[in-house]
Ligand binder design. Sequence first.
Ligand SMILES: NC(=O)c1ccc[n+]([C@@H]2O[C@H](COP(=O)([O-])OP(=O)(O)OC[C@H]3O[C@@H](n4cnc5c(N)ncnc54)[C@H](O)[C@@H]3O)[C@@H](O)[C@H]2O)c1
Length: 404
Amino acid sequence: MKIQMKTPIAEMDGDEMTRVLWAVVKDKLITPFVDLKTEYYDLGLKHRDDTDDKVTVEAAEATKRLGVGVKCATITANAARKPEYNLKQLLPSPNATIRAILDGTVFRKPIAVSCMQPSVATWEKPIAIGRHAYGDVYKAAEMQVPEAGKVELVFSSRGGAETRRVLVADMPGPGIVQGMHNLDESIANFARCCFTYALDETKHTGVPLPVWFATKDTISKIYDGRFKEIFQRVFDTEYKAKCDAAGVTYFYTLIDDAVARVIKGEGGFLWACKNYDGDVMSDMIASACGSLAMMTSVLVSPTGVFEYEAAHGTVQQHYYRYQKGEKVSTNPVALIFAWTGALAKRAELDNLPELAAFAKRLEDATLSTIEAGEMTGDLARLASPKPNKTLDSWQFIDAIAKRL
Ligand SMILES: NC(=O)c1ccc[n+]([C@@H]2O[C@H](COP(=O)([O-])OP(=O)(O)OC[C@H]3O[C@@H](n4cnc5c(N)ncnc54)[C@H](O)[C@@H]3O)[C@@H](O)[C@H]2O)c1
């Protein structure tokens, strides 16, 4: 008998090569073993366009309602996609829409296999990154200043009563100026998402995941100082007791000290990053670990809703070759781990130990297949020892199914 589920997962299908492999992963690795319950939302580009993006909003609402979602990679439309898909409009990125509705933070963590060593020799355990995805330089106002003059910050309260001015610079000549902001509530929610993720990972792996946070508060005393203060307050008032019980520690340091420790350390912690730091550092960690297809990615909301996804895009060039009949070697590991993440979370919430054990078996089967030298082309290039042959996506998924 197949493993039973209680509550459905919000399932969001996507585009191009990842859409093709989404169906193969389900058919070969999940539905033969699990009586899969999902609420299906087609976030394929054409369907988003046909529904004026209502389907994306419905999918995000369903994820909120059900508590767990799983999402395939989707195209963010640009001018070139308009004629390709015969679109009415250029809709915003579905990830941004979902993130805004869930008010969530994205966490990324490399998936470790013994035959792929990170470029940083000391890293023994994966480093997870949580990137604050609101404000700072991404919502900044900028201006080119044409001549000498004063630049000031002005605040007018909603009532219009209070106005405050701070001198930014008395500029002796032309130059540039930038103003940025963040919100107390967004910073607090970011901190909540980070501690929620760390507690969740700790429960999932059985190994406490320390939380690190770093800013430049020695220089930016008010702006970064506020980040530091709010993070600490959220920890002390809302999470300290839970973290103490789980063995999860919180550590704050300066960003330059954090970078030095990251490069010299053995890994195995969550690095909570401000928006820009997270943008840069998550790419550094991903590059040092080899491949975006070997990363887990999960959007966590401050209320504890989890949406699992692949960190990479739709692998467009492989899809065009696939359309011409070629058997491409796209790596489905991140898609598989999106599913196992969602199934394991559902198992935890609904108290289904058999489903939890299945998710773990599928992850183990995937990793042991790679470690036995059966892998897709992107990994074959990086693996040591080099495998004798590279598998296409279908052969690789079959090899996992055989082990499973
Ligand atoms: N999470 C998402 O939904 C998401 C994220 C990024 C990009 N996108 C969309 O994906 C489309 C393609 O974007 P892109 O080319 O910048 O990103 P991409 O991640 O699809 O590809 C970037 C590079 O990495 C390689 N690559 C990525 N995933 C791979 C895998 N699983 N196996 C083997 N190689 C892999 C690709 O061949 C390519 O060289 C765009 O339409 C973009 O909007 C979606």
